[in-house]
Write a protein that binds this ligand. Structure first.
Ligand code: NAP
Length: 290
């Protein structure tokens, strides 16, 4: 790394997950620290499911400043933290931890990063009808933040019980009805008839399966805003077909950048160099695509 040195005062951050080899976070975060001239370092830590408790003891013992958390630890980590941001508590998942002098507090910047992207692009979800496909970890964050922001949600998932579970928790917390349906073409067609926004929160379309999409192209209309949270490839098949249909298409790259930028801001207390972080992600993703 050009111009990088480690001092006795270097603050250490990192990402815990398993697998962790493909994460782009070290590249994005170290570029941001370097650009801002901050004495911080960000490392990948492969932590097995059964080693999570020890890893968190290690965070305290080694005075690690902050963490990102990825699969499979986003839910399990909560039991080892001292405090939770109210949104992360509602979602029941944490992707960012800050160590405030031994007190570990968990946040969910996947959700706030997603919302930041919509707002940055001038998309206000309040009162909008939003169809979300997928009911995994990412969908949960997206569903909660959209409900908090006043959107009306329909969640479709291949495994209905997971859509129902997500819809029930959102309904309970925000006191509003959320529809849960099995993901099939009839339900999707019907749900999209009145939708303003469609969010793909499944992993379908992600590299290497870049020719896959769950949404038939004839369902995509110019009035629809299509958000795909898959960030690799930068333009998924769904997004390409949305653009071809005249719909607005928003990809997962910006969410990836913003979840990282918001985590950076929590660790450092400084405004993140978002453009630089975005350019780093693009460099890495375009490298993958070649
Ligand atoms: P997850 O918990 O494993 O959930 C995967 C979801 O995809 C489930 O709803 C699953 O349905 C559905 N799915 C997978 N294959 C399917 C298929 N062939 N047909 C229909 N549905 C299918 O994963 P996650 O953490 O939520 O992540 C989902 C995607 O979001 C991933 O691509 C991830 O990279 C991306 N993501 C992006 C960001 C970002 O910053 N851009 C952040 C987080 C996640 P079942 O429940 O039926 O299995």
């Amino acid at each position: 790394m050009r111009g990088r040195y480690i001092s006795g005062k270097t603050k250490v951050c990192g990402i815990i997950g398993d697998p962790v080899e493909h994460t782009m976070s070290p590249i994005i975060q170290n570029a941001a620290f370097s650009d801002m001239g901050l004495d911080y370092l960000y490392l990948p830590f492969k932590v097995k499911r059964e080693e999570l408790a020890k890893a968190i003891d290690g965070v305290r013992a080694l005075n690690i400043r902050g963490l990102n958390v990825t699969i499979p630890h986003k839910v399990a980590i909560i039991q080892f933290l001292d405090e939770l941001d109210p949104l992360a508590e509602k979602i029941g998942a944490v992707n960012t931890v800050v160590n405030y002098g031994g007190v570990l507090r968990g946040y969910n910047t996947d959700a706030t990063g997603f919302m930041q992207v919509l707002l940055e692009k001038g998309v206000e979800p309040e009162g909008k009808s939003v169809v979300i496909i997928g009911a995994g970890g990412a969908s949960r964050g997206v569903s909660f933040i959209l409900a908090e922001r006043g959107a009306n949600l329909t969640i479709l998932n291949r495994t209905l019980s997971k859509a129902e579970e997500c819809a029930d928790s959102v309904s309970r917390i925000f006191k509003k009805r959320v529809k849960a349906l099995p993901l099939d073409s009839e339900n999707l067609t019907k749900a999209l008839e009145k939708a303003d926004i469609l969010v793909n929160a499944t992993s379908v379309g992600m590299s290497p399966n870049i020719d896959e999409t769950l949404v038939a192209s004839n369902l995509l209309k110019p009035a629809l805003i299509v958000v795909d949270i898959v960030s690799n490839p930068i333009k998924t098949k769904l997004l390409k077909e949305a653009e071809a249909a005249g719909a607005r298409a928003i990809g997962g790259l910006d969410m990836l950048v913003w979840q990282g930028a918001l985590a950076f801001e929590k660790w450092t207390g400084l405004k993140a160099p978002v453009e630089l972080m975005r350019n780093e992600v693009i460099k890495v993703l375009e490298g993958h695509e070649n």
